[in-house]
Design a protein around this ligand. Structure first.
Ligand SMILES: [Zn+2]
Length: 468
């Protein structure tokens, strides 16, 4: 996971917040599920093995300490020096030995920017990463793609506190320390000025091998190349304790193979191969990049994770050979019950649907195989045809109202999209759209999809209010 936008509180009108609160008064099953899940992120230091500890809930990412004979090793110091200092204080209650090394599982700022809390220049602290460290950011930069609405909308940064439930795999935004989330110096146009970028701690040691064996502070550890969520990903393997630190290749959610911000290209095939490597190590415990560690049954958990992804890959390829379109594949490659019932494969952060669609897009590009997709009409033309069939724009809006009254907000939104396209000055239609999307979003438990839907709802409401 990466947060590319700064913590940004959108100022919304009192009316909007009141509406949101009214909708929140009767929480949906999805909201209750997320509220329950968020208990996972109460700050705690969890003992994983005799000399291994993981801090959860202090920062958006999980931060770990391995205690050696004469020093400690930190895996992923987290996203902010201030919060990372709290983690350090909690770790020092367990061991006062000096920090000897820091390992970055990958280059995302939510795993690395906290390093100044643990790193002191001149003390010989080794900072380890792979030699392609920062590959995803470099790729995004080379394409000229910066952070934007897609990122901040899906992460929930643009929502008022009342609407924030988090993104499913991290401490919710309303409980995070104040200040610039990532302090990465990036901001969207119009957002408040970011505080200065903190000193970055660059890796002092990089490796290009598939596997690097080290002994630090008397601890035997292996750093293993593991492309997946990012190309620069690695996992840390402790052979003596049988602990694997999976980085963001594992967290308790369906993997985020396709991030909604759209700036990353992730390989499902690489991801599967990297999880398989971890399974072959015969691990007992797995520490993921965000959620709480899975203790004692890591091998089974990771094997299920791998097999579920492989199942989606195989099923999608099978559907491709049958000339299915992405929409058809989404139906065809649904997870079978044996995987769907596992909570750690739930669509909290990534989605199975997004994975299937992205696999299609990466393998075959935009053309879905339907001849009519080669003869597309403009969005306006499509809306005109629908309105004509319905008996005009008023009829579309009336039907949308009927659907709202019969508790079909998604159906209403589908029709309102066309009505608003044909009559953008219709503030009543926009308000109804805002209500429809607010309900659809509140009934969604996937964090990014929920946040994106609610942010869009708020935008419609704001537009309608400005037009009235
Ligand atoms: Zn992450």
């Amino acid at each position: 996971m990466a947060f590319r936008s700064i913590h940004h509180l959108t100022r919304l009108s009192a009316c909007l917040v009141a509406t949101a609160l009214a909708l929140w008064a009767q929480p949906s099953e999805a909201t209750k599920r997320l509220q329950e899940r968020n208990k996972m992120f109460e700050p705690a230091v969890i003992q994983v093995a005799e000399n291994v500890y993981t801090a959860i809930g202090y920062q958006v990412s999980a931060n770990s300490m391995i205690v050696g004979d004469d020093g400690v090793i930190i895996v992923d110091p987290g996203q902010m020096p201030s919060a990372a200092r709290e983690v350090r204080a909690a770790f020092e209650e367990i061991s006062s030995l000096p920090v000897r090394a820091i390992v970055y599982t990958h280059g995302h700022g939510d795993h690395t920017n906290g390093a100044p809390a643990f790193f002191e220049p001149g003390k010989g602290i080794e900072v380890w990463a792979r030699d392609n460290y920062g590959s995803e950011q470099a790729l995004v930069r080379s394409k000229g793609l910066g952070p934007g609405l897609r990122a901040s909308n899906s992460q929930g940064f643009d929502l008022p506190l009342e609407q924030r439930m988090g993104i499913g795999i991290a401490i919710p935004p309303d409980r995070r320390p104040q200040g610039n989330m990532m302090q990465d110096g990036l901001r969207r146009p119009g957002a408040p000025a970011a505080s200065p970028r903190p000193a970055q701690v660059r890796p002092t040691h990089k490796f290009s091998e598939q596997r690097k064996s080290l002994e630090i502070a008397g601890v035997r550890l292996e750093l293993v190349a593991a492309p997946g969520e990012t190309q620069d990903q690695l996992y840390v393997w402790l052979p003596d304790q049988r602990v694997v630190f999976a980085g963001d290749n594992f967290y308790q959610s369906w993997p985020n193979v396709y991030p909604l911000r759209g700036t990353a290209r992730r390989s499902l095939r690489d991801w599967i191969a990297s999880i398989d490597k971890m399974v072959q190590q015969d691990p007992l415990h797995v520490v993921g990049g965000h959620t709480t560690p899975m203790l004692n049954d890591a091998k089974t958990v990771l094997a299920n994770y791998r097999d579920a992804m492989q199942w989606v890959l195989d099923r999608t390829l099978d559907g491709l050979s049958k000339q299915m379109t992405p929409d058809e594949l989404v139906e065809y490659a649904r997870l079978p019950e044996r995987f769907a019932e596992l909570d750690y494969l739930g669509d909290y952060y990534g989605t199975v649907e997004g994975t299937i669609r992205d696999l299609y897009a990466q393998d075959l590009g935009w053309f879905d195989g339907d001849a009519l997709s080669l003869h597309r009409e403009s969005p306006r033309k499509q809306s005109e045809r629908l309105a004509d069939l319905a008996g005009g724009v008023d009829a579309l809006v009336a039907k949308a109202r009927e659907l709202m009254d019969s508790d079909d907000p998604l159906g209403a939104a589908q029709l309102l999209r066309h009505a608003i396209r044909l009559r953008p000055e219709d503030s009543a239609a926009k308000l109804m759209m805002a209500d429809a999307l607010a309900i659809v979003g509140e009934r969604t438990f996937n964090g990014p999809v929920r946040n994106y839907t609610l942010s869009t709802s708020n935008r419609y409401r704001k537009q309608a209010q400005e037009q009235q």
